[in-house]
Ligand binder design. Structure first.
Ligand SMILES: CC(C)(COP(=O)(O)OP(=O)(O)OC[C@H]1O[C@@H](n2cnc3c(N)ncnc32)[C@H](O)[C@@H]1OP(=O)(O)O)[C@@H](O)C(=O)NCCC(=O)NCCS
Length: 143
């Protein structure tokens, strides 16, 4: 596997990235009817406790993303995505590491993420990066 660090330049989301980021999320199956991607971007990008990191391929195109955020207690990763044509080359490892580094720099001791039931195969990807499942039931309520 090629060195992912040579393949991806990671920086914070800028407004000009919006269309490409949404295309990436759509191509990766991460856009679902109950989540509005524009609202998610507006809520997270460039905020003190959250951001969206994008990974640029050498051609300048957005090839990967991760949304990061924390509440001072725990940090979260969302929208972990690598463009389908670039998957399997270590970019997922690189973008997750960048999200972890962002949280670590904020002093957050623990990172968590959620995997949809329809996407359970991806747990082996996170396991290979040192993540482990925890026995918790996540609950939600629309406000
Ligand atoms: C999941 C995803 C981000 C992985 O990105 P990627 O660039 O293909 O992953 P990498 O090439 O960095 O793989 C890192 C390691 O995980 C392993 N891996 C990757 N995808 C895997 C999978 N589906 N099942 C098992 N292992 C996997 C790789 O073999 C590699 O292991 P290695 O370093 O020992 O060779 C990418 O497949 C994706 O965008 N999927 C669609 C969106 C999605 O499901 N996101 C996660 C939401 S929770």
């Amino acid at each position: 596997m090629a060195d992912a660090a040579e393949q991806l330049t990671i920086r914070a989301f800028t407004e000009a990235d919006r269309g490409a980021v949404k295309d990436l999320w759509r191509a990766c199956g991460l856009i679902v009817p109950h989540n509005d991607p524009d609202r998610d971007i507006d809520g997270a990008a460039g905020k003190p406790n959250s951001d969206i990191l994008v990974g640029l391929a050498p051609d300048g195109r957005i090839a990967a993303s991760v949304m990061v955020g924390h509440d001072g207690h725990r940090g979260w990763l969302y929208y972990v995505a690598v463009a389908p044509s670039r998957q399997g080359q270590g970019l997922g490892r690189d973008i997750v590491a960048s999200g972890e580094a962002w949280l670590r720099a904020k002093g957050v001791p623990k990172a968590q993420l959620m995997i949809r039931e329809t996407n359970l195969a991806v747990r082996d990807f996170y396991a290979s990066l040192g993540w482990r499942p925890i026995p918790r039931l996540v609950m939600e309520r629309w406000l």
